[in-house]
Design a binder for this molecule. Sequence first.
Ligand code: ZN
Length: 165
Amino acid sequence: MDTQKARCAECRSEVSVPATYAQGDHIKCATCGTRHKVSRSGEAVRLVLADTTPLKDALRANQAQETRLEAELQAARASFGIGVNGIGIAVAYAIWQVGFRDQTIGMALLWEVVAVAVVTGVLLELANYFFLAKRKAMSRLADEIEEVRAEGRSIQQKIREASRV
Ligand SMILES: [Zn+2]
């Protein structure tokens, strides 16, 4: 068997693996200095990280980030509910203004109704604007959580591969 080429798990540059290197032997990447273990299966040779400490650190940081994003999403969901109540209150206030105050049909009442409608409309528009912003923030957070989870799975996969050799 001749010297084979394998890719560094860290910087992806090619590392020459002489035939004398058996399964589990340590070999360093000449480019970045990362230590690897040789993993042989049949004719194929692969390099896995000898030291999984950086991976485990990365996984811990990844899980902390996931927890933080989930808390942020939960907070956004909670305040979303408060916004919905705000609209209900605005509508109830408008009904109270029009329905339960002195009702003399005339220009005064008409103007009052128009004013209430305008104010309520502006409030609804504002609420709508913030709802959209909040919904966007929530879906952005959900996307970020997905990415962080995928990254976590890939780190775990690397740790498992490295631990098998
Ligand atoms: Zn390297």
